[in-house]
Design a protein around this ligand. Sequence first.
Ligand SMILES: [Zn+2]
Length: 87
Amino acid sequence: MESNSTKLKKNHCQCGGKIQIKNNLFGCENCHAIVYPKLLGRDISESEALSLLAGETLLLHFTSATGKAFAANAAIKNGKVTVEIQK
Ligand SMILES: [Zn+2]
């Protein structure tokens, strides 16, 4: 699924827009897609945020409030990060 063009565009949104980092928020200045520095209580690294904005789906590992580990696929849909929890 991963192509070379995706890798080269790592600092750009999937729409081709430039990504701005402001107050730890990662946002596309063209389509206004946004990635917050926290997702379900987990820190999102800069490289993870850039990958999401580049259109990649990431399998991320989380720990729930009750201490249970779980994994979820994260991807940008309609400008926001959406997660799909894996069973
Ligand atoms: Zn964009």
